[in-house]
Design a protein around this ligand. Structure first.
Ligand code: GDP
Length: 172
C-alpha cells in the first residue's frame, strides 16, 4: 500500500482532515503510541487502493536541544517513504512555525509531491484576505498544488484524496 503524510503544526486541522479523508467508504483507524518516526493515523481503502495516512510529530519540535535535532532528523527521514505530503496550514493564521516545518520538509527533498492545503476557508468571509502570504509562499516554495480547503465542511477534500491516489506508485 502507499503512504501519505499529513504535516502541520498543532491546531491547523490535521485530525479533522484525516477524519474527512477516512469518512468515505470503508475506513480503519488505528491509533498507535507515538514513535520517533511517525504515528499511523489511519488507513483508507477503496477499490484496489490502500493509503496509509501518517503524521510526523518530530517535525514540530523546536531544535534547541541536540536530542530534538536528532528526533527531527528521524522524522524528516521517515518522510522518504511517502509518495505525497499534505502540508496543512490555517488560512487565517500563518505563523513562523509553519515556515519552520516547511523548511524541514524541503530539506533533502525527494520525488514526493507536496500539496499546500490552506484549511478553514469556511471561516473566511473576505476572500482577499485568504492567506495573505500565499503569493510570497508560492514563489518561494515549489508546491505541486495549492488548495483552499475546509476539513470541517469538506471543501476540496475529495481533491486531496484524488491527488493522494495519483501519487501512489504504480504497483499499489
Ligand atoms: P490538529 O491539531 O492539526 O490535528 O487540529 P484539529 O483537527 O484538532 O483542529 C483544531 C481546531 O480547528 C478544532 O477546534 C477544529 O474543530 C478546528 N478546525 C479544523 N478544521 C477546520 C475547518 O476546516 N474550519 C474551521 N472553521 N475549523 C476547523
Amino acid at each position: 500500500c502507499g503512504m501519505v503524510a499529513i504535516v502541520g503544526r498543532p491546531n491547523v486541522g490535521k485530525s479533522t482532515l484525516l477524519n474527512r479523508l477516512l469518512g468515505q467508504k470503508i475506513s480503519i483507524t488505528s491509533r498507535k503510541p507515538q514513535t520517533t518516526r511517525h504515528r499511523i493515523m489511519g488507513i483508507h481503502t477503496e477499490g484496489p487502493h490502500q493509503i496509509v495516512f501518517i503524521d510526523t510529530p518530530g517535525l514540530h519540535i523546536e531544535e534547541k536541544r541536540a536530542i530534538n535535532r536528532l528526533m527531527n532528523r528521524a522524522a524528516a527521514s521517515s518522510l522518504a517513504d511517502v509518495s505525497m505530503v499534505i502540508f496543512v496550514v490555517d488560512g487565517l493564521a500563518w505563523t513562523a512555525d509553519d515556515e519552520m516545518v516547511l523548511s524541514k520538509l524541503r530539506r533533502g527533498d525527494q520525488d514526493r509531491k507536496i500539496v499546500l492545503a490552506i484549511n478553514k476557508v469556511d471561516g473566511i468571509k473576505d476572500k482577499e484576505k485568504l492567506f495573505p502570504h500565499l503569493e510570497e509562499l508560492a514563489a518561494k516554495y515549489d508546491f505541486d498544488e495549492i488548495l483552499p480547503i475546509s476539513a470541517k465542511t469538506g471543501t476540496n477534500v475529495a481533491r486531496i484524496l484524488e491527488l493522494a491516489r495519483e501519487s501512489l506508485p504504480e504497483s499499489v
